[in-house]
Structure formats: C-alpha cells, structure tokens
Design a binder for this molecule. Structure first.
Ligand code: GLA
Length: 400
C-alpha cells in the first residue's frame, strides 16, 4: 500500500514537472539573434537600438519577442566567481538591458557553453552551472542558448552537461527556456527533452545560401529543411527542432553567415525558409540588421498567416508526404481542424505542380487559401499551378 502511495506521488511529481516544461516554450520561441551582425561586439547601445527597431518595424507585434544575446558578451568572473558582462560593451549591466526589454514587452536570451570557454573563447559555465543560472535569474534572463564548443564529443557527457544546466535553471527560481546548441552530431532530438531542454539545433551553423553540396560545413537552407523533415516525431509543445537563424535580409553581405560561400539567396529562397521553418515548427529568429531591414525581409518575417502555422497551439510539426527529385510536399494538421500544406520546387527552374490532396491523406474538398497571396484561390480536392525555382507555395486548407 505504502509503495503504491509513493508511486502515485512520484507520478504526480513527474506530471507536474512535465507540465512545467511544456509551459516553457509552449510554442516555438521567436526573436532576433545577435550573432550574425554583432559577432564579437554585441553591446548595449546596438542591442537597444535593435530592440527599438524590432518594435517600430512591427516584428514584436508579429510575435518576435526575444532578443537572443549570443556569444562575446562576457567579461570573465568577479572575485566571488560570479560571471560578469564586459563593462565596456554593457556599461549598465545585463539586468538594466533585461529591464529595458521587459518594459517594452520583450524578453532577453543569453548565451553560454557546456565547457570552460565558449566557441568565441569567452568565459563559459562548466562547473558554475548553479551559480550562473542564479546570476541569469537575478538579471531577469528568459532564455539560455547553451553551446557545446570545447566539450567532449561523446553523447553521455553531453546529456550530463545539458541535464546539469537544465536543473540549475529550474532551481534558479525563474522560468528560463533552455536552447540546446550542440549542432546535431549527438542527435539531441533523442534526449534533449528528457534532460530538460526545450529546443535543439539540428545542424551546424546555417549560411546565407540555399544548398550546400560540398559537405565541408557550409549548411544551406534546404540542408536544414531536409534534416528537420526526418525529425517530426521528436517535436511538440516545449520540445522543438531548431533550424538556426532566418537568413532573409542578409543578401550575402555580412557576418558568419557569409562564410562557406554564403553569397545570399533569392527572394523565393528566403521566403521558402520562412514558410518551411513555420511548417516545421522551428524557433524563428531573424539575424539581419533590423534597423536597416529592407521591405522584402520585413514582408517575409511578418506574414501573420504563416507565423500562425508556426505558433499553432497543436504544435504538430509538418510531415513530408512527397519527396521526389523536384518536389517536397509537407502537410500538417492545425488546432482548429484546418490543414496546412507546403509545396516546394527544389529544381532550378519553374515547374508545374499537380497535387491531389488524397495523395497527402486529405480526402474530400477544401477551400484553399494561399498564405503569401493572402487570398482564397479555390475549392477543390487538388491544386495545380506554377512554382518558381526554390519557391514554396503554402496553403491553408479548410474542409468544405
Ligand atoms: C557556435 C553556434 C553559433 C554561435 C557561435 C558563437 O558556432 O553554433 O550559433 O552561437 O557559436 O560563438
């Protein structure tokens, strides 16, 4: 009898813990990340300007709440081993920045690493997990991106180190989302949620290009999509496959995204990334300079009907139902009973698509709304039409 009671209590505790995790990142986090534009020099002046631009451009209203402050903010540790920000970059400290963002209805993410030093060679959190989590909580941090440079390659160590920081965050007294960033080699989708993470990067760093065929580390948009397409079963509320930064607006001009022939993408390609990352429930974070963002990027980032797929309460990542040399077709159910489909032309020229919904498991007729044209384009059990090179057509289907 006593054993049964203990089991029930343990079960209830486990359920509460699960509910707590799901409350964190119940939908994919959205925001802007400093890494690409600021790299070695994130600083309070530019970050505040970026936050103001996020508001004035309509990004915050569209749902991009977070500023993800990436690597290179750190200034070492003080004489009590508390991690501190570089006083030249952040003269008012990180708490003042978090307060500023919170006062604008925004949130602040920060960055550390599961080793003594980060990828950029700055102070990181190994063996200071509890202390750093408390510091982050006291600053009002809402999210931690936790990288894996300078750490051992085996899976067990990664699970242990991510588990340790996850527990430290939970004990800190503040809700902070944990974004696992070990780039995929240890297949974090298999264990990320179990150790307490809410998302995990699925590939090495994305570059500003459509496709990498050289395999030397320069991942393009479609490489990420192709990887994430196979990981649908691991994703759900509070546990997201993370495709890395949105590259719209970069045009091959700046930052780490330009490495490995990151020469820029066409409008169709940037738009496809937004469409497909929304279908696949990746966290959405812009990486271009929002202060100087062009209309093309703004239109891509702020498409409310596409964002609604990404933020849908059901949280069901799209499945790839068709994969040929030319086409990828994705389907997902939505919370209100509608479906969304995405039709990607992977070839280098315009193609005529002919998709019968029955092939996708959708029987009967549907009203079709084109989410880039923002209009209903028919009532049918199929869609035929042109799709340009690397373009993705996205439709919301309502049963009729
Ligand atoms: C790694 C990550 C990037 C970025 C840099 C910072 O490469 O994958 O996203 O955070 O480190 O040094």
């Amino acid at each position: 009898m006593r054993l049964i009671k203990i089991c029930i209590v343990l079960l209830l505790l486990a359920q509460t813990a699960l509910a707590q995790e799901t409350k964190l990142a119940a939908t994919p986090p959205m925001g802007w990340m400093s890494w690409n534009i600021m790299s070695e020099n994130p600083n309070q002046k530019d970050i505040k300007e970026m936050a103001d631009a996020m508001i004035s451009s309509g990004m915050v209203k569209a749902g991009y709440q977070y500023i993800f402050l990436d690597d290179c903010w750190q200034g070492g540790r003080d004489n009590k081993n508390n991690i501190i920000a570089d006083p030249k970059k952040f003269p008012s400290g990180i708490k003042a920045l978090a307060d500023y963002l919170h006062s604008k209805g925004m949130k602040l993410g920060i960055y550390s690493d599961a080793a003594p030093l980060t990828c950029g060679g700055y102070t990181a959190s190994l063996n200071f997990e509890d202390q750093d989590a408390k510091t982050f909580a006291s600053w009002g941090i809402d999210y931690l991106k936790y990288d894996y440079c300078n750490a051992p390659e085996d899976v067990e160590t990664a699970k242990k180190r991510y588990g340790k920081i996850a527990q430290a965050l939970r004990k800190s007294g503040r809700d902070m989302v944990l974004g696992i960033c070990e780039w995929g080699p240890r297949e974090p989708w298999n264990w990320g949620a179990q150790v307490g993470g809410q998302s995990w990067r699925t590939t090495y760093d994305i570059r500003d290009k459509w496709l990498d065929t050289e395999g030397k580390g320069g991942v393009g948009i479609y490489n990420v999509v192709d990887k994430m397409a196979g990981l649908a079963s691991f994703s759900g509320p509070g546990k997201w496959n993370d495709g890395d930064m949105l590259v719209a607006g970069l045009h091959g001009t700046k930052g780490p995204s330009s490495a490995f022939k990151g020469v820029g993408c066409t409008k169709a390609e940037y738009q496809s990334q937004m469409s497909l990352y929304s279908m696949l429930n990746s966290p959405l974070y812009a990486s271009c300079d929002i202060r100087k963002m062009d209309d093309e990027a703004r239109t891509i980032f702020t498409n409310a009907e596409v964002i609604a797929l990404n933020q849908d309460a059901l949280g069901k990542q799209a499945e790839r139902k068709i994969k040929t040399d030319i086409w990828d077709v994705f389907v997902r159910p939505l919370a209100n009973g509608d479906f969304a489909i995405a039709i990607l032309n992977k070839s280098a020229s315009t193609q005529n698509a002919s998709v019968n919904f029955a092939e996708l498991g959708l029987t009967g007729k549907y009203e079709l709304k084109d989410l880039w044209q923002h209009k209903v384009v028919g009532k049918n059990n199929k869609w035929n039409g042109e799709v340009t090179a690397h373009e993705t057509k996205v439709f919301r289907l309502k049963k009729v």
